[in-house]
Design a protein around this ligand. Sequence first.
Ligand SMILES: C[S@@+](CC[C@H](N)C(=O)[O-])C[C@H]1O[C@@H](n2cnc3c(N)ncnc32)[C@H](O)[C@@H]1O
Length: 334
Amino acid sequence: MAELVWKGKKSYAAIAAETALATQQLYIKEDHPCKQEHSASDSQMWHNRLLHGDKSSVLAALLNEFATSVDLVYIDPPFMTGRTFSKDAQVAYSDTWGNDLDGYLQWLYHTFVLLHLLLASNGSLYVHLDWRAAHYARILLDEIFSTHSAGAGFRNEIIWQYQSGGRAQKSYARKHDTILLYTKSPQYCFHPERIAERRGTQRRNHMRKTVKGDGHVCWTIRSAGRLYTYDEDSLITPTDVWSDIHHLHQKDPERNGYATQKPEALLERIILASSEEGNLVLDCFCGSGVTPAVAERLRRRWIACDQSELAIEVTRQRLLAQQQAPFVLQHVVR
Ligand SMILES: C[S@@+](CC[C@H](N)C(=O)[O-])C[C@H]1O[C@@H](n2cnc3c(N)ncnc32)[C@H](O)[C@@H]1O
């Protein structure tokens, strides 16, 4: 199989071995519980977790408890934009890598390996990137997922198309992000019917419309000598181009001021399609807290992490403002 190589590449096996050693020296400690947050030691009940820290130590520490247990991962890591993002005067996070592509690739690969170790055997991983790194990520993920289990690997390259953003002078304007879907085995959770659109009465494709006596609409199309008929109430299989979800505009009530905040509708689609109620959802770059907020609303268990103090505070406030079960705020200590 084709493999992407860079200066100083560490293999999957080396990362897994190093992490196994690190994991023994790391444990998760609770911060001061407050208001609706509960102490994990209060009871044996499950509590959702918001972790402040670098993904390397957080994911390594989580392996103690959650190896092969996470049902769904969504990540929206730094894209190598070369920018520093702030809210008011406070820096949220820096996405500058000093043009060190080797360093960025190793960082990304390391993240993917740890997430692969955490994923359940029927788990799914969504990786949200853009034109800067999506092509590298695909080769890294192919290597990690396909070499470890037959039938595992690539499922979709989702194009999230939007209207916002700048114009280009000497190229086509870049108006989409890429979300890669990989699964750890050929058995995985996928419910297209939950996110499907009703066919309806508007003409699509080259179909012929028939209106029945009762006013009901049917659509027909002939292909390869066969006639296909669909009722207006039938569901259309969702495609890998998502153009119906808009970026949050500056005054959108959903906005909480975190620079790279994604819309809830995006996470809702992902979580509904690829998990069941009670499943465990993980996001180790949670930023504005969109993943835990939506996971909570859809009755999934969640673990969210970010290294940025601002992200943790914004997420914490967002979760406290939402009607929800108690959660714990934690960090990793050595
Ligand atoms: C693109 S933003 C995520 C935005 C998020 N999906 C949302 O909708 O708000 C990337 C996040 O990754 C976090 N981050 C960057 N490096 C990290 C690291 N090594 N460990 C944990 N979080 C990190 C940043 O602080 C930032 O919040």
